[in-house]
Write a protein that binds this ligand. Structure first.
Ligand code: ADE
Length: 225
């Protein structure tokens, strides 16, 4: 079973995305165990404060090193972790290859950042991987964490019913996915390509690969390089 420990100062933001549908079922099937740790519970302050003014001024508040250190040490007493990940817009950009790699790990910690920033020493001495979900800035790392976990878990056997579906995803071979159709084969005159109704699997497979390739070439030629 994979274990994912998430550290957040806004744990409620993670409730809904992690407790419905496929990710909920993955937890019920004991494929993954996800625990959310509220950073405030590791605060040394009587008001459970976890941020403070930045040295050098400039207005912004910064997540302090102590609560994060204490939380991670308490987790490390119980388990050895493969990666301690920090979600941040200036991290390595998430892609399918990174999700594939992480789907093979056993124990992960994911630290959610804060729009105000975190004490740099956490990144320097504790974090082993920094991940961004794209070149835009969000208010915190909680939604990026949900996205990262979703992309990892669906690659683990047993999480989505038809495992081969994950293998034919967009990006899995550096190709975008082929188009899909379902009944009715004719909707108000908008018809499904005839080949898909032909029953000739070899021809259908060729058609799909060709469509994937053409779509990739026109929309994302960078993937073909
Ligand atoms: N936190 C805020 N913005 C983010 C992003 N784009 N990726 C990961 N974490 C973030």
């Amino acid at each position: 079973m994979m274990h994912i420990d998430i550290i957040s100062c806004q744990p409620k933001l993670l409730d809904s995305p992690l407790n419905h549908s496929i990710i909920k079922r993955a937890q019920e099937k004991n494929i993954v165990n996800i625990k959310i740790h509220d950073l405030r519970n590791f605060s040394l302050d009587k008001h459970k404060k976890v941020d403070d003014y930045a040295f050098g001024g400039g207005g912004g508040m910064v997540l302090q090193i102590e609560p994060i250190y204490r939380c991670i040490k308490s987790l490390e007493e119980k388990k050895k972790y493969d990666e301690i990940i920090f979600m941040t817009p200036d991290g390595n950009k998430l892609n399918q290859n990174l999700s594939n790699q992480l789907s093979l790990k056993k124990n992960l910690i994911i630290l959610c950042g804060h729009y105000k920033g975190i004490d740099e020493r956490i990144r320097e001495y504790i974090i082993t991987k920094e991940i961004s979900i794209g070149d835009y800035v969000l208010t915190g790392g909680e939604l990026p964490t949900a996205i990262l976990i979703d992309s990892i878990l669906r690659l683990i056997p047993g999480v989505i019913n038809n495992e081969s579906a994950a293998l034919s995803d967009s990006f899995q071979d550096n190709l975008l996915g082929h188009p899909n159709y379902s009944r009715p084969s004719n909707f108000k005159g908008w018809k499904v390509p005839k080949i898909l109704l032909s029953g000739n699997q070899k021809k259908i497979d060729e058609w799909r690969i060709n469509k994937s390739y053409k779509k990739t070439k026109s929309k994302r030629p960078d993937l073909l390089k």
